[in-house]
Design a protein around this ligand. Structure first.
Ligand code: NI
Length: 134
């Protein structure tokens, strides 16, 4: 942020009281910080709806590595988009289940498409994509 602009905003006093209490519980030191985070969240949500926007994403998914071909299919999907995968983490949770986290970079439509194909892979039990940017 190059500089800060100060602007007056009108609030409903009842909502503001509730908001102040909420952000205090969340650990915000002041109202401005909380409102800036809300605005960033709004903008990120907007960017997520633009398929051509460049974003960064984390895809977290869990699968049973004993299931037929799942490991092979997941590796295949990742090898087809190597330029999008910045990093990956694999954790053996228990004798059956693996947790993987992929950090992805690219156009929203491409991140979404790769994530959808991984989550839809037979043997993947749960997956969630979180998009963000700076
Ligand atoms: Ni594993």
């Amino acid at each position: 942020m190059d500089r800060i602009l100060r602007k007056g905003i009108a609030f409903d006093p009842v909502q503001l009281k509730e908001f102040d209490s909420l952000i205090k519980n969340k650990g915000y030191r002041n109202r401005s910080e909380a409102i800036r985070d809300l605005i960033r969240g709004f903008l990120i949500d907007e960017h997520m709806s633009d398929p051509e926007k460049f974003m960064i994403g984390t895809l977290t998914f869990v699968y049973d590595h004993h299931k037929n071909e799942v490991q092979h299919n997941l590796t295949e999907a990742q090898h087809n988009s190597p330029h999008m995968i910045i990093s990956s983490l694999h954790v053996h949770i228990d004798p059956h289940n693996c947790l993987e986290i992929l950090i992805l970079r690219g156009k929203v439509k491409n991140i979404q498409s790769l994530s959808d194909s991984i989550i839809a892979t037979k043997g993947v039990k749960h997956g969630k994509l979180v998009l963000t940017n700076v």
